[in-house]
Design a protein around this ligand. Sequence first.
Ligand SMILES: [Zn+2]
Ligand SMILES: [Zn+2]
Length: 270
Amino acid sequence: MADPLTGGCMCGKYRYAASGASNAQLICHCESCRRHTGAPVVAFAGFAKDQVQWSPTDPPRFASSPKVGRAFCESCGTPMTWEGDGLVELLLGTLDDPDCFVPAFHIHHGEHLPWIDTADRLPRYRVWEDDPEGPYLNAPARLSADQQIALVERYFAAVDGEDLQGVLETLSDGCVFTVETHGVILTGRDEIAAMFRRLWSNHRSVRHHDFRFVPDPAGNRISVQFKVENTETDGSLTRKSNCNFFDFDGPVFSHIAVYMAGPNTLDKPT
Ligand SMILES: [Zn+2]
Ligand SMILES: [Zn+2]
């Protein structure tokens, strides 16, 4: 993808360049966006305000509500942004390459026009992504209690079997692994894979057993109490009693939080 991303109004009077990663791509169905653009539905790519530079000058903004401005060109009439909360949401249709983003979800779907529906199966939020009820349509599938337990068992079987691929298959791409008792935060599969390689190379074997599961399918998480038996390289045994909390993202883990008594046997990255 181009960096910076460029675009502008129809007549070329105002151009923008957005650098770095976009923080969200979404489709908005609110009446305010509809009135500003005249379109039945609009798509945005969101950036922090300081990621977006305008040339040759800033365009005018219409204050559609007290803290919200919407940039437009006074010559050709093109609407270009929604701006508020330190964010600039660029209207995807004004990008030079509007194919470069695929929106990830719909907001304000509670205000959508009844005669329009797009064929994607993306989550639809009644208001905003922080809706307490989550997406009210097309919510990502949640695992049942039995499926949660099965995934945890699969994960520990792979850990004990030193099967890195098997471990990684249970993790989301951006999975976070924390040892809450020891201030360790690992982000993403690469950092987590490196930790397991160190664990396995520092021990003759590791074994997890005596599981007690407290699945919470409604909360999309499970807590697991278990015992650990590590065989050190000199043959001696280290026994521990741990508790893990697993959060799910669809069918895989998005966060594994480890609570460990005594010294950290999952060592910190160097
Ligand atoms: Zn223009
Ligand atoms: Zn809107």
